[in-house]
Design a protein around this ligand. Structure first.
Ligand code: FES
Length: 57
């Protein structure tokens, strides 16, 4: 599922990166330019970061 249309980043790409450890939004943006253009995805990106962190335990 696409997470950020502007940067063409999907949830799988973010999940794979998060296998290395939890990230803040700023840290994620060093790897993928999400939530830096229209900004509509910002809440969804933050929710995905929380969800992936919770799944890791
Ligand atoms: S959808 Fe992510 S910045 Fe536009």
């Amino acid at each position: 599922m696409i997470l950020c249309c502007c940067a063409n980043v999907n949830e799988r790409q973010v999940a794979e990166l998060l296998r290395q450890g939890p990230l803040s939004l700023t840290e994620l943006q060093r790897n993928f330019p999400v939530a830096q253009q229209c900004g509509r995805c910002r809440d969804a990106v933050c929710e995905a970061l929380r969800r992936f962190a919770a799944e890791r335990g």
